[in-house]
Design a protein around this ligand. Structure first.
Ligand SMILES: [Zn+2]
Length: 508
């Protein structure tokens, strides 16, 4: 029988620690539901003690997501573990993931603890977690820079205390593939209880070796890989889920292991995560980059046309990338639209479908051909919308190279109509100032980006903004064939989120 490697997704925990990312509970739940469709084995939903927002997101995911194991992270302290257990209570298959650093440098400077103290804390943490749940994962943080004797002792005691999974992290992305393989093999040989637990790895990409290190570990016999969609994570990120899975798939002849991932959901998952986090995917990114399946050079095109496998080692279909560019237009009816959505893998409840169809019709009026990419953009845009406390009813802007830009807006804020005007150094600046005044929200624009969803002059423009409100970052998106309108929508969307975070909505 072929060995199975489990995929532990940490997009919502380590991935959320990517600089500049801040997700609310609704956005996290949306990603978790997509991870369920992707069929990951474990979803690490968050770090419950970190904030109330993190706690409620883990709880919401534990309540609503079925299938994958739901894990919550906890340092090796009673407070952390109790909080994680509380958040995971509604889960069908809960796992507490507890960790403590084991390298000399971390123990000395961060923990200020001796080896024996670390060992004692680890054992106590595993036992406490075990009193709440059956499934307990233990990580020795910075394992790759730890003393091997101590590491063996630590994992051995953790398993004896009840750990069902032991995780070997290359926390700072320092190990090389051969070194990391040696470490895993040594632990496999020298921890007597190792066959009683699953063995996992968690690699960071500081030197670009996270995926290579993880795959080496697979060859050494580990049964779980921790990774994140689009390689998100602390600093340079984690091992990229899509790269690991497609390597195992494409080179099954070599790795000879099974996994449970539905690869046809990879593209959609990657896109959703990029949309929600606002972290764009580089075009030359392996597997999911825009160029991953594009053939530019004539000699390659010729080869691919003659026989796909000349230059294509995997097919775009295998990751769920729609290659058929079937277009819908303004004469397409509700049925055709619903069918297309289904083919693209979206199953929407009736009211959501109605809303999406309405937006599709609006778009089809402005744009001759509505492609799959447009439809995906519409559906994803609406999936993560919070109820709108701020609605821009209308705006006007005038600008020119010799005149100062002036803008006016009329905004509906929880039923109250407010009008304001402002000047600025350009149309967007003027509009954003007017909006801030109208909503009476003091925030700072920290990032603005615009891209077109498809090619063509009438393409949908997608604007993503990041605003800073009291030191917290909020992401806003706007989608329109008019880029000024998309810009206004994006800013209003971000400001709306700041209101929700302040208690005018639910938790953040
Ligand atoms: Zn990490």
């Amino acid at each position: 029988m072929t060995r199975k490697v489990e995929i532990f997704d940490t997009t919502l925990r380590d991935g959320e620690q990517t600089p500049g990312i801040s997700l609310n509970a609704k956005e996290k739940l949306e990603i978790a539901k997509q991870l369920e469709k992707l069929s990951v084995d474990v979803i690490e939903a968050g770090f419950p003690i970190a904030s109330n927002g993190d706690f409620s997101a883990v709880k919401a995911i534990a309540e609503e997501v079925r299938g994958p194991i739901i894990a919550g992270l906890a340092r090796a302290t009673s407070k952390d573990i109790d909080r994680a257990a509380e958040a995971l209570k509604p889960a069908e298959r809960p796992r507490i993931h507890t960790f403590i650093a084991s390298s000399p440098i971390h123990m000395k400077y961060k923990l200020k603890m001796t080896e024996d103290e670390v060992l004692e804390a680890a054992v106590a943490a595993v036992k406490r977690a075990k009193s709440y749940v059956e499934d307990v994962e233990f990580s020795a943080e910075d394992a790759s820079r730890s003393d091997i004797e101590f590491l063996c002792r630590l994992y051995s005691e953790a398993i004896k205390a009840g750990a069902t999974v032991i995780n070997i992290p290359d926390t700072v992305g320092y190990a090389t593939p051969r070194e990391f393989a040696n470490l895993v093999t040594t632990l496999m040989e020298r921890v007597p209880e190792i066959d009683k637990a699953k063995v996992s790895v968690h690699c960071h990409d500081d030197l670009g070796m996270a995926v290579a290190n993880s795959l080496e570990a697979v060859l050494c016999g580990v049964t779980q890989i921790e990774c994140a969609v689009n390689g998100l994570g602390e600093r340079a990120g984690n091992a990229a889920l899509e790269e690991i899975v497609m390597a195992l798939n494409t080179r099954k002849d070599f790795y000879k292991v099974e996994h449970s991932i539905n690869t046809r959901q990879i593209y959609r998952t990657s896109k959703l995560v990029s949309t929600i986090t606002g972290i764009a995917i580089q075009p030359n990114k392996a597997v999911v980059g825009a160029n991953a399946f594009a053939h530019e050079a004539g000699i390659h095109q010729h080869g691919v046309l003659a026989e796909k496998s000349t230059y294509e080692i995997m097919t775009p279909e295998s990751i769920g990338l729609a290659t058929n560019t079937l277009v819908l237009g303004k004469h397409s009816g509700r049925h055709a639209f619903a069918e297309r959505l289904k083919e693209l893998g979206y199953e929407l409840p009736q009211d959501e479908l109605d809303k999406a169809f309405e937006r599709f019709k609006e778009l089809a009026d402005k744009k001759k051909e509505v492609t799959d990419l447009d439809i995906e953009a519409i559906v994803e845009d609406q999936a993560v919308k919070l109820p709108q406390s701020i609605e821009v009813e209308c705006f006007q802007v005038s600008t020119g190279n010799k005149a100062m830009a002036t803008a006016s807006v009329r905004v509906n804020i929880n039923g109250e109509i407010v009008e304001e005007a402002a000047t600025g150094s350009g149309p967007i600046d003027a509009l954003y100032r007017a909006l801030e005044r109208a909503c009476n929200i003091d925030c700072k624009l920290v990032d603005y980006s615009i891209k077109s969803v498809t090619g063509g002059k009438d393409a949908l423009g997608e604007v993503t903004v990041k605003v800073d409100k009291d030191g917290k970052i909020f992401l806003g998106r706007g989608l329109s064939t008019d880029i000024i309108e998309a810009s206004v929508m994006a800013y209003a969307n971000a400001m709306n989120k700041t209101l929700w975070n302040n208690g005018n909505g639910k938790s953040s």
